[in-house]
Design a protein around this ligand. Structure first.
Ligand SMILES: [Zn+2]
Length: 432
């Protein structure tokens, strides 16, 4: 039998999210609303400030934190790991009939083992020189550039403009989080509402269709056509290219309540289908260096570390692309994630266990508990399904990292690195 893909894609996306473990914040909702994400392993406190936006008309969604997105099938695939598995789950959960009525199609009793495609790790070339690029030198040749180069030009133009604005409010914001005089602050730009108006004028040197394609302005069909797509009054946290000072994407961090819709959430400005950016901190300097590399959850934690530390500010706990991990070959890595279940799960890996109507997660480090539970359930004839999720530690080692340490500390000292800083406990965990 074949699944009715069209029907599966018409299942209301919010019901799919609910069935996968997400939830509504409020019950009355319109054409666009936020839900608590179903991808619980990657959210703290059950995603109480809902991160997942639902667009009812298009029947799609997007989580701004963990990146799960798309229509019912892609969301189910994101959670269950496999297209067929996703269709089967939707088909059963929502009782959607097969495509061609009930006529069974003979299925060959053959188990096809899928061989996962080997990861093509990116590697850092130590002998390659670092180049500084002047945008002015390229403006006249813009039309001859490749799409990737065009995107870098436009993003770099925005980023460099954001460094030239009045950044006093931004610095005040960081000061409020005890981040003061950190030399890396000079790399973070700022765009106020007024700056953005000015910037949009300046951006008119680039073709409008490119600005739309690169996610900077709304398309012509939008309720607010051709206007700035992202939040305003934001810190601009750059993603640099490895071998040049060009920008491949950025995170925009609202520093006040101007943006009702974005509610203080960081917003990503990048087009991964054109170019997958590396997180802030990941680049030539730390790769050329022999320093230990600290991977944090977000740039606030990275800027809270002792200022001479090498860091990578991963925007979400699973924001690093598998092939990008290869760049860290030969490096000593320290993972400094939040001292909560989500942080530990992502760092160490975990098992997702389902039986009867239950669904739970067990940390890799508690493998014995899993074995015990499995024995009991199996002896009672209960079917138990275990899915293994590899943690970042093991994935980094597989990619060639020399060593990976998961840094843990007493939660009472602070739940994350910024907390440690604010509470005056940084030196209890890190050598300063
Ligand atoms: Zn999510």
């Amino acid at each position: 039998m074949t699944f009715d893909i069209e029907k599966l894609e018409q299942i209301p996306i919010d019901e799919v999210i609910k069935a996968l473990g997400g939830d509504y914040k409020r019950h009355s909702h319109g054409k666009q609303f936020n839900m608590m994400c179903c991808n619980k392993a990657f959210h703290q406190h059950g995603d109480k400030k809902p991160s997942l936006t639902v667009w009812v008309d298009k029947n799609i969604c997007k989580c701004h934190v963990c990146g799960i997105k798309g229509n019912p099938i892609s969301v189910a695939k994101g959670m269950l790991g496999d297209f067929k598995e996703a269709c089967k789950w939707l088909h059963e959960t929502f009782s959607i009939p097969y495509a061609n009525g009930c006529t069974p199609r003979p299925v060959a009793p053959k188990i096809v083992k899928s061989t996962p495609k080997p990861i093509e790790y990116l590697r850092f070339n130590k002998t390659k020189k670092f180049t500084k690029v002047k945008i002015g030198d390229w403006i006249d040749k813009y039309s001859e550039l490749s799409k990737v180069q065009k995107l870098k030009m436009v993003y770099t133009f925005i980023y460099r403009f954001s460094l030239s604005t009045d950044r006093s409010k931004l610095l005040e914001y960081y000061k409020g989080r005890q981040i003061d005089k950190n030399p890396h602050l000079s790399k973070i730009g700022y765009l106020s509402v007024e700056d953005i108006t000015l910037l949009l004028n300046k951006l008119s040197i680039f073709p409008t269709e490119d600005l739309i394609e690169f996610g900077i302005i709304n398309d012509a069909k939008h309720k607010f056509p051709l206007s700035w797509k992202s939040p305003k009054n934001v810190g601009v946290i750059p993603s640099f290219s490895i071998y040049t000072d060009l920008i491949e994407g950025m995170m925009l961090r609202p520093i006040d309540d101007t943006n009702k819709w974005f509610k203080g959430k960081e917003s990503r400005l990048s087009i991964p289908s054109i170019l997958k950016p590396l997180p802030f901190g990941f680049g030539y300097k730390i790769l050329q260096n022999t320093c230990d590399i600290y991977i944090t959850e977000g740039h606030i934690d990275a800027l809270s570390l002792p200022e001479n530390y090498c860091f990578i500010a991963s925007p979400g706990v699973n924001a690093l692309e598998e092939e990008q991990l290869g760049l860290l070959g030969g490096k000593n890595i320290k993972l400094v994630f939040d001292q909560d279940e989500a942080g530990l799960k992502n760092a160490l890996g975990y098992f997702e266990v389902s039986f009867l109507d239950q669904r739970m997660t067990i940390l890799k480090s508690q493998k014995d508990d899993l074995e015990g539970m499995k024995n009991i359930l199996e002896s009672q004839g209960v079917d138990i399904k275990v899915t293994e999720h590899t943690g970042l530690k093991d994935r980094l080692l597989k990619a060639g990292a020399k060593s990976v340490e998961v840094i843990r500390w007493d939660k009472d000292l602070g739940k994350d690195v910024n907390d440690l800083l604010v509470n005056g406990n940084l030196s209890k965990v890190f050598k300063i």
